[in-house]
Design a protein around this ligand. Structure first.
Ligand code: SAM
Length: 266
């Protein structure tokens, strides 16, 4: 998972920079100092925000000690040591002590919460008047393959995604929730709502190819008992020998859509 998150960060870096620029535009004259990144993972959002807001320090919250230690190592390598503090906490158990915030960021994390409305109320509670909450949710899993790759039955990626969507819906009931209604009910005014579309055409840069391979390896590991036998064989063929055949596909692309809301306390 850490590898996939880091590769996603690399592939979507320009889009993310565009998004933080939009946040800065909405912040206007406000100096953004205290930032909280919830479900920070490997720090994709934290680092993009530290680059955008030179006076900021980030409190990166995650349940996972592994994610946070990876994030702390990357912070040192990126020269952000001293501007990031990590806080291991389960937001479902309550909001940890963070102090007041100018900006809260939640990328691909709100749907993990058991009670997102309570977490939204906590975010509303820590934001200073006029502060911003930026929330990003994946609308669909990233896509890489054309329908017919010339190996196995056409439609492999559709079938893989259908299984993944089903599993997500089972384990994460808030995926695809009506977030605008929830945000409004929690006392936020929506300043901006848009889709962030990441489209990388072929030939893909090396990081995007590694992202595709990491995604299909994850599918392969998690779906052994749910995939038809012929699709398992196709996946194994694609991934054999360090994903040699997958990497050689001439029309590998990346396409993913994320929904973005930037809101402020009403
Ligand atoms: C899909 S990752 C997103 C990571 C990062 N924000 C990004 O955009 O790359 C979701 C993260 O939320 C964290 N998470 C899930 N449930 C959580 C909870 N209840 N409290 C805090 N963090 C949580 C997970 O450990 C994981 O690192």
């Amino acid at each position: 998972m850490t590898e996939m998150l880091d590769l996603d960060a690399e592939v979507a870096a320009d889009h993310l920079a565009g998004l933080t620029a939009r946040v800065a535009e909405l912040a206007g004259d406000r100096v953004v100092r205290d930032v909280v990144d919830i479900g920070a993972g490997t720090g994709t959002g934290s680092f993009a925000l530290l680059r955008r807001f030179p006076d900021a320090t980030v409190t990166a919250i995650d349940t996972s000690a592994e994610m946070l230690s990876h994030l702390a190592g990357s912070a040192r390598r990126h020269g952000f040591d001293g501007r990031v503090r990590t806080r291991q906490a389960d937001l479902d158990a309550g909001w940890p002590e963070t102090g007041a915030a100018d900006l809260v960021w939640a990328s691909a994390s709100m749907h993990h919460m058991g009670d997102p409305d309570r977490v939204l109320a906590d975010i509303r509670g820590v934001l200073r008047p006029g502060g911003l909450f930026a929330m990003i949710e994946m609308e669909s899993m990233p896509r890489f393959l054309p329908d017919d790759i010339g190996i196995g039955r056409p439609g492999l990626e559709n079938r893989l995604n259908a299984i993944a969507d089903h599993a997500r819906a089972e384990h994460l009931p808030h995926v695809g929730s009506d977030w605008p209604s929830r945000l409004t009910a929690a006392g936020f005014t929506i300043l901006d709502a848009h889709d962030l579309v990441v489209d990388v055409p072929s030939p893909l840069p090396a990081a995007a190819v590694r992202y595709a391979a990491a995604t299909f390896r994850r599918f392969r590991a998690g779906m052994t008992d749910r995939l038809p036998a012929d699709d398992l064989t196709t996946l194994d063929t694609l991934l054999a020998d360090d994903a040699r055949l997958l990497r050689a596909l001439p029309d590998l692309t990346v396409h993913s859509t994320r929904a973005v809301w930037i809101v402020t306390p009403t």
